[in-house]
Unconditional design. Structure first.
Ligand SMILES: NC(=O)c1ccc[n+]([C@@H]2O[C@H](COP(=O)([O-])OP(=O)(O)OC[C@H]3O[C@@H](n4cnc5c(N)ncnc54)[C@H](O)[C@@H]3O)[C@@H](O)[C@H]2O)c1
Length: 258
């Protein structure tokens, strides 16, 4: 599964590679679960398994944060949560707008996981005048006519696009012109943005297509095994060794470059 950011070099200015940045949220999710269970320390192997990442890669990633753990003790869970949150910019509150409040936009608006990770849904915006003023997940939908004012008044730098693909570029252009510099795009289209604007694209159908590929491969291996070409267990072992269920690295989130 591909991952990445647009309009940014592969290594960030502070020397943390983009691939490491893409794994930090996975570590944070695993660490947060440990923290909620009041687990004080964790070994690199345990954390790597919980995050679905190779432990050598995890140690390398943490070395970029200046975090090496203590031999025989492991990593301090609370401190790592703080360190990674700080690195990801999550120690501050990020107001986010969602544009396009249909099936997907409404589901995103109601997702509690944003707030708990430092993202506050500041406004919901839709072009349908019939929706204006109607509450979705407790937030009144506002009309696109007011998009620029909403962005400015709320100091929004992150926009989520959940509109039909045909209008996504136009929505993106308006968001960027209004001051948004990071966009999470759910519409199945490639967005053009100026330098300095980051776009991440989420496409669940691509994830399903990748799984379909692996399903097809497994079915082919079983057929071959049935023909006596390769034992089924060996065939499955090859697929598992490739981390086939989680993409090429087995440890990157379900997001695509724009
Ligand atoms: N990335 C994914 O995995 C994924 C999953 C599901 C849907 N999608 C995509 O998300 C988008 C939304 O899907 P949906 O099922 O919620 O559609 P939907 O038709 O239910 O909702 C679209 C909403 O966008 C609004 N809209 C239309 N033009 C607009 C504009 N110019 N400005 C603001 N709002 C506008 C509509 O009024 C409507 O409320 C589609 O592009 C769909 O393909 C992506």
């Amino acid at each position: 599964m591909a991952t990445g950011r647009t309009h940014r070099p592969a290594t960030r200015s502070r020397g943390i590679p983009e691939a490491t940045v893409a794994r930090l949220p996975l570590y944070l999710r695993a660490l947060t679960a440990l923290s909620e269970r009041s687990v004080p320390t964790v070994s690199s192997e345990e954390l790597a398994a919980a995050a679905g990442v190779n432990s050598a890669k995890l140690r390398k990633d943490f070395s970029y944060l200046g975090s090496y753990g203590t031999r025989g003790v492991g990593y301090d869970v609370e401190y790592l949560v703080y360190q990674i949150s700080r690195e990801l910019g999550l120690t501050q509150d990020w107001p986010v707008v969602i544009v396009g409040i249909g099936n997907l936009g409404a589901a995103l608006a109601g997702y509690g996981g944003f707030a708990s990770r430092g993202f506050r849904v500041a406004a919901l915006i839709d072009a349908d005048p019939a929706m204006a003023g109607k509450p979705v997940a407790g937030i009144p939908v506002q009309h696109t006519d007011d998009l620029e004012k909403i962005i400015k008044d709320n100091g929004v730098s992150i926009g989520v696009i959940a509109t039909p693909a045909g209008v996504a570029q136009q929505v993106c252009d308006r968001l960027v012109a209004a001051g948004v510099t990071s966009i999470l795009n759910f519409a199945p289209t490639v967005l053009s943005v100026p330098d300095g604007v980051d776009v991440r694209k989420v496409d669940l159908s691509i994830e399903l297509q990748i799984l379909a590929f692996h399903e097809q491969r497994k079915a082919g291996e079983e057929t071959a095994a049935g023909d006596g070409a390769l034992p089924a267990a060996t065939a499955r072992g090859v697929a598992a060794g490739d981390s086939a269920d989680q993409g090429p690295d087995g440890d990157v989130p379900a997001v695509m470059p724009a």
